[in-house]
Design a protein around this ligand. Structure first.
Ligand code: CA
Length: 219
């Protein structure tokens, strides 16, 4: 899952990025309104964490622009302003949720997961496919009642495919979900992770669509 963090406070941004990466997200960090708009034009994100008070362009302006263009990317607004008016304005402009600083990191992560679940039309926190169960919050994978150990990136690839069951995801789409601007792309990385996942979870779970990408069929 790829996330855009829009935050001009360096200390908070640093902390947030570290926590979110630990949670397995690829995190791009934009530090002003212009950088955020550019990022939103060139990359595709699963969710945006948007501070409201930003240099150059405010968070509300960015949100306005996004929705005016018809983008339905989920947006979680982060702000220091705790007035009902700001909150109402943010939600009216199309934010999906709202957190007032200072906030608890665990709560933030839980809200992100909940927004991503809703974005995929899913009410329950567990992804399943046959006898495979994936607890996204606990990052726990169980196959036939046995826990399976996956690396962070293996988990990220599996999560994306399971969240999009029945849809073929291209190699570059999968890469976008595991590498942010600052990470070094390893060649053939997606192939390698898919190979590991097949070894650990069975060779039939992930199908290769030659020349297109990979898919987990609807379970
Ligand atoms: Ca700010």
């Amino acid at each position: 899952m790829r996330l855009l963090l829009v935050e001009d406070d360096t200390q908070l941004g640093d902390g947030l990025r570290a926590v979110l990466r630990q949670e397995g997200y690829a995190v791009d960090w934009a530090k002003d309104g212009e950088e955020a708009e550019l990022a939103l034009k060139v990359e595709s994100y699963d969710i945006v964490l948007l501070d409201l008070g930003l240099p150059i362009k405010s968070g509300l302006e960015i949100l306005d622009g996004l929705r005016a263009e018809g983008s339905d990317v989920p947006v979680l607004v982060l702000t220091a302003r705790d007035t009902t008016l700001d909150r109402v304005e943010g939600l009216d402009k199309g934010a999906d949720d709202y957190m007032v600083k200072p906030f608890d990191m665990d709560e933030l992560c839980a809200r992100i997961r909940s927004i991503l679940r809703r974005a995929h039309g899913r009410a329950v926190p567990t992804l399943t496919h046959g006898t495979l169960e994936v607890d996204v919050a606990g990052r726990c994978v169980v196959l036939d009642g046995q826990q399976v150990e996956l690396s962070g990136k293996e988990f990220a690839v599996l999560h994306q495919l399971l969240e999009n069951q029945g849809r073929v995801l291209s190699k570059s789409r999968l890469e976008d979900g595991i590498y942010d601007w600052d990470s070094e792309l390893e060649s053939n990385a997606v192939e390698v992770y898919v190979h590991h996942l097949r070894r650990k979870l069975g060779k039939d779970l992930i199908r290769t669509i030659r020349g297109v990408g990979y898919v987990i069929d609807k379970g």
